[in-house]
Ligand binder design. Sequence first.
Ligand SMILES: [Zn+2]
Length: 248
Amino acid sequence: MLRDELCDYIATLLQTGMFKDYCPNGLQVEGKREVRRIATGVTASQQVLGEAIEWGADAILVHHGYFWRNEDTTIVGIRKKRIAQLLREDINLLAYHLPLDAHAELGNNAQLGKLLGLVELGRFGEQNIAWVGTLERPQSLKQFALQIEHELQRVPQVIGDSIKRISKVAWCSGGAQNYFEAAISQGVDAYITGEISEQNFHLSNESGVAFIAAGHHATERFGIQALGEHLANRFGLDLLFIDQANPI
Ligand SMILES: [Zn+2]
């Protein structure tokens, strides 16, 4: 299919125009006009680019692309190496950040909720990115943490009383530790995100709401895979998910 058709289709699907984001969503680096093979990954790292090139990708789709708002805008060093490689190989780089977190079915939070057996009650936070829901069966914080470890294949960092009963849960994939206070206001028993900051420990202690840092990468592996599968099925594209391990 044509690259422009693919970009337009995803823009409509994820409603990219609706979001205020810290990076451009959509085509970030332009490559060849025709796309037959798409590679997906969480982050457009050198390793993901290398594996995509080796596999013969025409386009790479990621959650974390380039040109972040607070980033140095010069194309030098690591940025030069990555972008030069894409241009040399004539590969398209497409990135979808907040629109991919938020999508009601394919998004990181939708997929994470499904994986953990959470039934959605609603959304909250900036641009309604974060989700709140209930566990199908309430369990102790210790049991819930073990379930998360099993599903995400990573040991979460957990703050809270291990025997606390967990029923209502808020979650937001990635680096959403700043939404913890908003999550507490939702009257939840626990909040799950990817990363934790120093002050989250005290907020957890003083509110009694458990904080579960389940991994930025670990919680954001599912949206881009769901998007890739959706596109591959719909347009008959070849698909490869490149899963570069990341402990953070
Ligand atoms: Zn992220």
